[in-house]
Design a protein around this ligand. Structure first.
Ligand code: ADP
Ligand code: MG
Length: 257
């Protein structure tokens, strides 16, 4: 019976760049695969950092999510087997123009949902790596998702804009996707030695009235190095404290979905 269950679709979103969305998708995806889950990662950012970090050169990708969203290719034609036992729906720079092309289409918010419906029974979990904007692609991700994780750098300045994201989530729930559940805020790049970071962390849940996933992901140089190597993060940093934090957080997420 369990195999017939539809996959959870988790959007990892925050319109601020550099808060570890992509790192979190790659790391949580790899940890879920380690736990025996069938995982699909979806790169929704024209910068294609997720695609690149999984060792795939976006410039040589022939069929990407761009063609799939515009109805020019089947989703199964675009999905690749990536490292770490996960599948990837890759992005390329072409995706930058999809946003504009989708703008004039009726039902554009549902375009990703209907694409993923075709492969949903093949996976236990589908993770969506959103771009740093609240544009059409992020709205489509929130509309397709059953769960939302909001990575947030554990320092004050990065919290501007979270209110706007939460307003958007509220509207999406009301108008487009009643099933969307906010799994929690994921504190990233956490420096436990800093009093300031600790205070911000203690304050987070109460301020936004949302669950805060635990443990926070520590700031480590191993993460900063991984994407440059063009390899997935858990792979390069398998035994680092960052990787073990992601494994623990992944257990919490699997309990929550
Ligand atoms: P986003 O997708 O939100 O823009 P990324 O995942 O690309 O963020 O991360 C931004 C940068 O921060 C990258 O260079 C990444 O390697 C680095 N980074 C991510 N997580 C950590 C961490 N825990 N410690 C140190 N550097 C990190
Ligand atoms: Mg990113």
């Amino acid at each position: 019976m369990a195999r017939a269950k539809k996959s959870a679709i988790i959007a990892v979103a925050n319109q601020k760049g550099g808060v570890a969305k992509t790192t979190s998708v790659a790391s949580i995806g790899a940890a879920m695969a380690e736990a025996g889950k069938r995982v699909l990662l979806v790169d929704l950012d024209p910068q294609a950092s997720l695609t690149f970090s999984l060792g795939i050169d976006p410039d040589v990708v022939e069929v990407s999510i761009h063609e799939v969203l515009l109805g020019q290719a089947e989703v199964t034609e675009a999905i690749l087997e990536a490292s770490e036992g996960v599948d990837l729906l890759p992005s390329t720079i072409d995706l930058a123009s999809a946003e504009a092309q989708l703008l004039t289409r009726p039902g554009r918010e549902f375009v990703l949902q209907s694409v993923l419906e075709e492969v949903r029974s093949d996976y236990d979990v589908i993770l969506l790596d959103c771009s740093p904007s609240l544009g059409v692609l992020t709205l489509a991700a929130l509309t397709a998702a059953t769960g939302l994780i909001i990575p947030m750098q554990a320092e004050m300045l990065s919290h501007r804009g979270v209110g706007q994201l939460l307003d958007t989530v509220r509207d999406v729930k009301k108008l487009l996707n009643k099933k969307l559940k906010t799994i929690g805020i994921l504190p990233t790049m956490y420096d436990g030695r800093s009093n300031h970071a600790r205070e911000v962390l203690d304050d987070l849940g109460g301020r936004y009235k949302l669950p805060v996933l635990s443990p926070p992901i520590p700031r480590t140089v191993r993460f900063a190095e991984a994407p440059a190597a063009g390899r997935s993060i858990l792979d390069t940093a398998r035994s680092s404290k960052g990787a073990s934090a992601y494994r623990e957080v992944t257990e919490r997420i699997l309990e929550a979905i």
